[in-house]
Design a protein around this ligand. Sequence first.
Ligand code: NAD
Ligand code: MG
Length: 402
Amino acid sequence: MRSISIFGATGSIGESTFELIIRAGGAEAFRTVALTGGQNVVRLAEMARILRAEVAVCADPRGLPALREALAGSGIEVAAGAEAIAEAADRPADWVMSAIVGAAGLVPGLRALRHGKTLALANKESLVTAGPLLMAEAARHGARILPVDSEHSAIFQGLVGEDIAAVERIILTASGGALRDWPLEALANATVTEALAHPNWAMGQRITIDSASMFNKALEVIETREYFGISPDQIEVIIHPESLIHSMVGFRDGAIMAHMGAPDMRHSIGYALNWPERLDIPVARLDLAQIATLSFRAPDMARYPALRLCRDVMRTRGLAGAAFNAAKEVALDHFLAGGIGFMDMAGVVEDTLARLLSDLCLESDVMTLEEIQGADHLARIRAGEFAVACRISQGRTPRIDA
Ligand code: NAD
Ligand code: MG
């Protein structure tokens, strides 16, 4: 019986993973080792009972009493906190889903790789933050990383049976997010609610805002480089409002392999779960005659500074990815809290990177976890300072504390 763990089980990707596991036979077909969640301990406990998990871990220690109560008499172990989540990743499982949001996903993913598992990686932040470290750990321990981000799953599928040396370019598609048709001058005043109205994909809150700002695509450009090892100038971004082509691989003979399907994450989660086989996945089938047309347009770089910043990060390499991701997470927290405007997020990230380039040797080739965490920490402090300065200069009052 195959053993599995899901990190971030209660989130958008986690729920879809859970659903596919249930459809594939649930506790009769899989031995569930660990399930982890954040604050929603009621749902975490419910999932743990259904899959008869060995251990359920919530990130927030304040949730532990409620988790313990919800699982009383079940025989399922309970724990809480970041270290407990990392320890859960030390429990061997054949297949591990990494679907925590943000840099918090890095350590559990790394620990799972050290046990030679297959890591289905939704947590793109860990590759942006520590790509070379993650890849080196996977190679050292004979572990495999399977992409779950839809674009990277599409590219991975486009490369089956191909030689990476024959790849001329990779074209990442982007929906453009909720604000794609807004006039540029209106973006500064976009609210959280407006940025959350994604036209095609139902996702977690943070990635939905990142889609509107294109920070998500910026992370994905770096993610592409880390997964496939190709040069940054071979990676292109194109806006494709229908989100039906999930990405494309262009080869040296001019051929382009495009991966199409409904915008439904169960596609790429299911591919990673069943790889190398393809099994039935309950996603909508495309009616091409009804769709009739697909459209594309080049991204306007003035609207999306994130797409420029990710190029600077790739040029710098080393710890720049960790600083970029951390600054972006802080800027997003401040935007969500009402402290800074939508376009200020890019400003905060840009200022942080510029400052850290002089403070810290971001180009360092050394990439220990400690160094990465140090760069992440410093970037969070600087980004927080810039965000507060920005808030004060604009006379904003945050709704909640970022
Ligand atoms: P989400 O916010 O819906 O869920 C995140 C999960 O992580 C939840 O279980 C939450 O409780 C948990 N969590 C949050 N903070 C945590 C912390 N500090 N420590 C431990 N656990 C914590 O997010 P999501 O949309 O499911 O995204 C998860 C990951 O997958 C992200 O890295 C995202 O970029 C990536 N991803 C998501 C989608 C999508 O469609 N949702 C698509 C591609 C990639
Ligand atoms: Mg994606």
